[in-house]
Design a protein around this ligand. Structure first.
Ligand SMILES: Cc1cc2nc3c(=O)[nH]c(=O)nc-3n(C[C@H](O)[C@H](O)[C@H](O)COP(=O)(O)OP(=O)(O)OC[C@H]3O[C@@H](n4cnc5c(N)ncnc54)[C@H](O)[C@@H]3O)c2cc1C
Length: 301
């Protein structure tokens, strides 16, 4: 199903993100998570792509399995850093053949162990180049949907670390939309004002596609530290840190506090009539199910 059809359905869209696991046990756990979350009737689920294509096959396998065994449309992430046009075309052809309707088009980050990364190693420099490439693929008629793949791109409510000039950054985001992106999914954030201001700035910049808010419940202190590294630039507000400190390092209390904070955040976003909320699940179902439950979003769970 094309993302434009998905997002024009009942609003807001509620969706989940998974990453492809690396061990057989973790795959089983993930399938259980997917079984647990499917009754929440997500609009779509997305599957991450390891840095530099490190999980290319795993991402593909998980996406195809979700497509074949659930009723939920999967959206694969695809990063272009280090890839040739030919490699990306092959990836797109496989997804088109499998009937996958949408792609989240990303640049990705250069390998961490290569500080002076040579950008000429791949055919793409920015995510906008990948969006343009997918649009051309769509125009070639190689996808079963005459519109081709629906295309999503990343947005950063608190700014992207490598572009300190926020005005310029919005121009680059607009370039991705002008190249053919159908929606924006944001980096996680913990203060709704950051998202709402970003949404307003997008409006003023002439960006009029749906903007889906990325939310990640904190469920452990170690997870929070890992995410601070991965989502570089994301700010943990004092209100959240203070609340977590009250948990006194008890894992159960930290999890309860993190889920409560994320539920309040989601209630605020729903009140602001956001286009959608995308849950970074970290392949676990409990936090997301509890948030749905406390917001009355899913009576059956
Ligand atoms: C929702 C979401 C999902 C993600 N999923 C993954 C994943 O699955 N795998 C993964 O490896 N990473 C993932 N990331 C991380 C992402 O790949 C990195 O944050 C990356 O640094 C930025 O990607 P982008 O697609 O926004 O790139 P771009 O849009 O290319 O932007 C990258 C940087 O370049 C700047 N820029 C853009 N165009 C130009 C230009 N013409 N000239 C100069 N500067 C420019 C931008 O301002 C920004 O600072 C995800 C991020 C988000 C928000």
């Amino acid at each position: 199903m094309h993302i434009r059809d998905i997002l024009s359905g009942s609003k807001p869209s509620l969706s989940f993100e998974f990453f492809p696991p690396r061990s057989a046990t973790a795959w089983e756990e993930l399938y259980q998570t997917i079984r647990d979350l499917e009754p929440l009737d997500p609009a779509f689920v997305s599957v991450t792509y390891g840095a530099g294509g490190g999980t290319r096959e795993l991402t593909h396998d998980l996406v195809v399995r979700i497509k074949q065994t659930t009723s939920v449309p999967p959206v694969p992430h695809l990063t272009c850093v280090g890839h040739s046009e030919q490699e990306v075309r092959q990836i797109l052809e496989r997804y088109a053949f499998a009937g996958v309707g949408n792609i989240l088009a990303l640049r990705g980050d250069p390998p961490r162990d290569q500080p002076g990364y040579d950008w000429s190693e791949g055919d793409f420099r920015h995510a906008a180049d990948l969006v343009r490439f997918i649009r051309k693929f769509n125009e070639s008629g190689a996808h079963p949907d005459p519109r081709g793949f629906g295309i999503g791109v990343a947005g950063f409510p608190e700014g992207h670390p490598t572009t300190p000039n926020r005005v310029e950054e919005l121009d680059y985001l607009k370039a991705k939309v002008d190249q053919g992106a159908d929606y924006i999914c944001t980096q996680l954030f913990f203060d709704n004002h950051d998202f709402l201001d970003f949404r307003d700035r997008c409006q003023l910049a002439g960006i009029h596609v749906p903007i889906i808010a990325g939310v990640m419940p904190v469920t452990s202190l170690s997870g929070m530290k890992r995410m601070a590294e991965l989502a570089a630039g994301a700010r943990y507000p004092a209100k959240l840190i203070r609340a977590l400190a009250r948990g006194n390092s008890s894992p159960e209390a930290i999890e309860r506090i993190g889920i409560h904070y994320a539920a309040e955040q989601c209630a605020g976003l729903l009140n602001e009539e956001v286009d959608g909320i995308h849950f970074y699940t970290l392949n676990k179902s409990r936090a997301t199910r509890e948030i749905f439950h406390s917001l009355g979003l899913a009576a059956a769970v």
